[in-house]
Design a protein around this ligand. Structure first.
Ligand code: ATP
Ligand code: MG
Length: 210
């Protein structure tokens, strides 16, 4: 059973007085439990649009998406809460679900530590660099131990060494049966996934790396 499945997903944006922008033209995708999928594609191909549709943040014009309830999202532009500290941002999904907060706080501290930011736990996002914010967003996505993580260029702002550490975290997820769909421009990042797809002309195609 796939953990995520789409069939014939289409998306076009209508702007008054302009021809509609057809971005997705029939996306079929099935991701199994624990599977790691990389999505490549040129800028403007529709990768972020697709990821937002997969995550339920954007409605497709037509087509069907079956997704698990619990999804961790790492956005291209982070979307951290500016008035919350690093630790509070990571705890946010747990707060929203009214989990056992003592256990959630322990896990949040572990995750903040794992992304190398324990010394910054009490800082606000505005006091962090782009790559540090990206790492907070990643820790937040993992806080509830979701079945599926959707990540939009999660290593886009990181140096090679930090990026490698983050990739290791992301790809190590599958040990806990968490599936990963990662949009990336990096072939190194794609290489650690089980499967690489390319979004071209509004559809997904298999893209062997070798
Ligand atoms: N709300 C919107 N209204 C109109 N057009 C939009 C809207 N959102 C996205 N688009 C268009 O859809 C296309 C795909 O955008 P998207 O952000 O998905 O690209 P992307 O593949 O993620 O690019 P990048 O690699 O630069 O992040 C672009 O041409 C963009 O202008
Ligand atoms: Mg994008």
């Amino acid at each position: 059973m796939p953990v995520l499945e789409t069939s014939a997903v289409r998306k076009s944006f209508s702007i008054p007085g302009q021809p509609p922008v057809e971005v997705l033209k029939g996306v079929d995708l099935a991701v199994s439990a624990g599977e790691r999928v990389a999505i490549l594609g040129r800028s403007g191909a529709g990768k972020s649009t697709l990821l937002h549709i997969l995550g339920g943040l954007l409605k497709p014009t037509s087509g069907r998406v079956i997704r698990p309830r619990d999804i961790g999202l790492v956005f291209q532009s982070y979307h951290l809460m500016p008035e919350l500290t690093v630790l509070e941002n990571v705890l946010l999904p747990a707060m929203a679900r009214r989990c056992d907060m003592a256990a959630a706080t322990r896990r949040a501290r572990e995750l903040v530590d794992a992304v190398g930011l324990s010394a910054r736990a009490a800082h606000l996002p505005s006091e962090l660099s782009g790559g540090e914010r990206q790492r907070v967003a990643l820790a937040r996505a993992l806080e509830t131990g979701p079945k599926l993580v959707l990540a939009d260029e999660p290593t886009g702002n990181l140096d090679a060494m930090t990026g490698a550490g983050i990739l290791e975290m992301l790809t190590g997820l599958s040990k806990g049966e968490t599936a990963l769909v990662m949009v990336t421009h990096s072939l190194d990042a794609a290489a650690v996934c089980d499967r690489t797809l390319s979004l071209e002309d509004g559809v997904l195609r298999e893209r062997p790396l070798a």
